[in-house]
Design a protein around this ligand. Structure first.
Ligand code: SF4
Length: 462
């Protein structure tokens, strides 16, 4: 009995867990204020990504496409980017930042977007828009390597690298949230406020839970400004909550500007949130206030009510973004559950060196498989054909049919989640996230017991 880390053995991916690198770059770009990314590729590279964002957040987002067609795919399509930049600037007078995001096709044909950006800076922007502040940022995101996770990580780094400008120290903390939900950002900002920490929350997407205002505004935008990005080089420290989603940018700021970096922990569960608060205390010197100790106490009380009676020994499969999956697995273990299968949807070679995975390999004393480069067929195949018995599945909506078909209770968590209402509003991080997750898991099990006619539960002995 042990924790094994292996790569998917079968050739071909069936029902992928992730989408491609440009999707991650697009998610980073919509976290910036006054920004619309141009995806240099076929229109579907934007259309489907926008659709997933809209399905998940139930909001509308602005992203543009250079809309490469056959001629461009054969002879080069830089002209399409030139036209796209001009059209975008004409139609959107407020736009200041345009990340130009490559795709598989335009990387293969070798379109030189860096050279084109130099040309546009020297010609179009000077001649036609001399009085506007405009930043064209090249983002290379070929989709034949990595995944939406590495695409997000690289784009965040490229954008920070472009803007970061050394001047006077600002005494602030850079916080790279990673690929989270608005509810997570609200929970993180709450913790920072309670600890009286002045922080710049980067690629900030709290307003993806947008109000419908009398003005009729119906498009969601991130709120990270150009000044926020510039000032990242003047912070007192950086903290990247997710190793694989923002970690690169934080490490860049350390190597180029000497900004000390703390990577993780992804504050999912009590243990990780405790460590996160201790890190904040150590970095800033600010004490942990009684209000957060009380919130922790409420979370512990909630978990105490649920763990031993209902959650202990339950076998769980978890898939999705790697930091989320690992954080959820750690939390489940603290709840005396038994994560049996973790599916990481890409082939990042660094997973084997991840200290959290090393810790799982050392400490887990039951059968746990961690599969890299995994797909959702792996989950289905193991349940149907290889005797994997599960009490619960944690993951995003793309895997729901495996849960439904095999009558396994499921808690929707991660991106994209579109078949349950309002999931983006609830945090998985912090003490609030620990409460929400534990209650969701317990309620999923309770509902399952009702449907399966477990009389003891139906007679309500709790
Ligand atoms: S795999 Fe290539 S063609 Fe498909 S959406 Fe991604 S970048 Fe576009």
């Amino acid at each position: 009995m042990a924790c094994n880390v292996t790569e998917r053995q079968r050739a071909g991916v069936i029902n992928p867990i992730f989408t491609c690198q440009p999707a991650g770059a697009q998610f980073a770009s919509i976290g910036i204020k006054d920004c619309i990314g141009i995806v240099h590729g076929g229109q579907g590279c934007v259309m489907f990504v926008r659709l997933i964002f809209s399905q998940h957040f139930k909001e509308s987002f602005e992203l543009a496409s250079s809309s490469v067609h056959e001629e461009g795919a054969v002879f080069g399509a830089l002209k399409r980017v030139e036209e796209a930049v001009d059209v975008l600037l004409m139609r959107y007078p407020h736009v200041k930042v345009i990340p130009i995001i490559t795709t598989c096709s335009t990387e293969i044909i070798g379109d030189d977007i860096d050279g084109l950006i130099n040309k546009l800076n020297d010609e179009l922007l000077q001649e036609k828009y001399p009085d506007r502040e405009i930043h064209l940022v090249p983002i290379h995101s070929p989709s034949f390597v990595g995944s939406m996770i590495s695409g997000y990580d690289s784009a965040v780094k490229d954008i920070v690298k472009y803007f970061a400008t050394k001047s006077e120290p600002n005494g602030k903390l850079n916080v790279f949230t990673g690929w989270v939900n608005p509810g997570d950002v609200t929970a993180l900002k709450h913790i920072l406020k309670e600890m009286d920490i002045d922080a710049t929350v980067l690629f900030e997407i709290e307003e993806f839970d947008s109000p419908l205002m009398p003005s009729g505004q119906h498009v969601s935008h991130g709120t990270t400004t150009i000044d926020d990005l510039k000032s990242t080089a003047n912070a007192s420290a950086s903290i990247a909550l997710n190793r694989y989603e923002g970690g690169k940018a934080a490490q860049f700021l350390e190597s180029k500007y000497g900004i000390p970096v703390t990577i993780g922990p992804t504050p999912i569960g009590i243990r990780n949130t405790d460590n996160f608060l201790q890190n904040l205390k150590q970095i800033t010197g600010k004490p942990i206030p009684r209000s957060l100790v009380k919130e922790r106490g409420i979370a512990i009380d909630t978990l105490t009510d649920l763990t031993h009676m209902f959650l202990a020994e339950k076998k769980v499969a978890i898939y999705g973004n790697p930091d989320l999956v690992i954080g959820l697995a750690q939390f489940c273990i603290d709840l005396e559950m038994k994560p049996s299968l973790l599916l990481l949807g890409d082939d990042n070679p660094n997973y084997g060196e991840d200290p959290r995975i090393k810790e799982l390999k050392e400490k887990v004393d039951w059968e746990m498989d961690i599969i890299t480069n995994a797909d959702l067929f792996e989950l289905e195949d193991r349940i149907k054909n290889k005797g994997l018995e599960l009490d619960l599945i944690l993951g995003h909506s793309k895997g729901r049919f495996t849960a439904i078909d095999n009558k396994i209770p499921m808690v929707r968590v991660g991106f994209p989640t579109y078949d349950r209402a309002g999931m983006f509003r609830h945090p998985v991080v912090g003490y609030a996230g620990a409460i929400w997750l534990a209650e969701q898991m317990a309620n999923a099990l309770f509902t399952d017991m009702e449907y399966k006619g477990e009389r003891e539960w139906s007679l309500n002995v709790w």
